[in-house]
Design a binder for this molecule. Structure first.
Ligand SMILES: C[S@@+](CC[C@H](N)C(=O)[O-])C[C@H]1O[C@@H](n2cnc3c(N)ncnc32)[C@H](O)[C@@H]1O
Length: 386
């Protein structure tokens, strides 16, 4: 396919048409200098290299090794492309990596286009832009290709052309908001017509996509709103923490009260409880005379340790190498913040759970936490769990 594309671009019709399509695509992409872009189905890298020339950091992806080699050779033209062999339906990239994702004349060749869109949206960072360019289903150009398919043309037999509405539905079902739709190439596939009508093509494309051979849509991935981020945080807080044992077993720490409600209860704390009490507690417990008790209490700890009422984490300096990790529970976010710093200073692996000791119980889903007494001074107890 790369060869026939190169021949097409070298023709007068191809040159004019390609320039109009690229102008439209770059318009829809907006400013790209310095941005991280993914071109899905990059073919021989013609568009990808133009994007790179305009200052974008471009990754081109295509399943066809011949196309990838052709794109690779563009390095000789002085453009730098990152190239990968792969399919749109399972992009070999991490989530939220790209500022913009582009797919031109590619979707029509993909059997599961919805899956490909889902993958492109996954690869986009929140607020990023997805631009799709396709041959319009109701255009003369598509009709001509369909005609060639009937006579056995292998490329076009596999292609499925879509209307603007179909493309819009694909994108919306993929979870992005279509922000703009434009058409281009209103002339029939003939060099003379292209030369005569090219000047009015962009003007027409801003008004309608009816009859356009090339339809392009720009969509935005919803930005992460503070409300959405808060809802996600709440979901995380409300998931009971799980402690994994060395032998593969796991116990969940469940709360009589939902941790989320616990956090909400925290919001009702008085100014004194929130701001004055935590530093006072920390100061009160930081006495040197207490250190020998801390040492004695912490010495038997080994494996994964659950410390109830961890406070400001004053026990951390006493945990030895035999301690794999400490899970600290405390109702005060401020004390937990101090504990987090102390764990880091003492290089102890730690996880923290905000919650009250009275509300927490350790479930015996597979194995219970041992030795948890019913009474006693919680702040001083360290419970070992092997
Ligand atoms: C018509 S070419 C377009 C190339 C380039 N986007 C351009 O406009 O110059 C279509 C490209 O889609 C690629 N392609 C086909 N199936 C694909 C898939 N499942 N995932 C990604 N790309 C695919 C083909 O290998 C081919 O290079």
């Amino acid at each position: 396919m790369s060869d026939s594309y190169a021949r097409w671009r070298a023709s007068r019709l191809g040159r004019i048409t390609d320039a109009l399509e690229q102008e439209l695509l770059f318009d829809l992409l907006g400013p790209i200098a310095g941005k991280n872009l993914l071109d899905v189905g990059c073919g021989d890298g013609a568009i990808a290299s133009e994007l790179a020339r305009r200052g974008a950091v471009v990754t081109g992806l295509d399943p066809d090794p011949v196309a990838i080699s052709a794109a690779w050779r563009r390095g000789a033209e002085g453009v730098q492309l990152r190239l990968a062999e792969g399919k749109a339906e399972s992009l070999p990239v991490s989530d939220a990596t790209f500022d913009a994702v582009l797919a031109v004349a590619t979707l029509c060749f993909i059997p599961d286009a919805q899956r490909a869109i889902a993958e492109m949206v996954r690869a986009l960072r929140p607020g990023g832009r997805l631009v799709i360019g396709e041959l319009g289903r109701w255009s003369l150009w598509a009709a001509y290709r369909r005609f060639r398919a009937w006579f056995g043309h292998p490329t076009w037999r596999a292609a499925r052309f879509r209307s603007e509405t179909e493309l819009r539905h694909l994108l919306e079902a993929g979870g992005v908001d279509v922000v703009e739709t434009r058409g281009a190439i209103f002339y029939p596939p003939c060099g003379v017509a292209a030369r005569l009508l090219a000047a009015v093509d962009s003007w027409l494309g801003r008004r309608t996509s009816l009859g356009a051979a090339f339809i392009a849509l720009a969509a935005a991935k919803p930005a992460e709103t503070p409300q959405a981020a808060m809802r996600q945080k709440e979901r995380e807080i409300d998931t009971p923490p799980t402690v994994h044992h060395k032998d593969g077993a796991a116990s969940t720490i469940s709360f009589a009260e939902s941790p989320l409600r616990e956090v909400r209860r925290q919001k009702g704390l008085s100014f004194y409880e929130r701001w004055i009490l935590p530093p006072l507690l920390d100061l009160g417990m930081r006495q040197e005379q207490l250190e020998k008790y801390r040492r004695a209490a912490v010495a038997p700890a080994r494996g994964r340790v659950l410390e109830m009422g961890i406070g400001s984490g004053l026990n951390f300096p006493f945990y030895g190498e035999q301690v794999e990790a400490v899970i600290g529970l405390d109702p005060s976010p401020r004390l937990l913040a101090m504990a987090r710093r102390r764990a880091a200073d003492a290089s102890v692996r730690a996880e923290f759970i905000q919650g009250s000791v009275s509300a927490a119980k350790c479930s015996a889903s597979s194995r219970p936490f041992t030795d948890i007494p019913k009474d006693g001074d919680w702040r001083w107890r360290v419970y070992c769990h092997r």
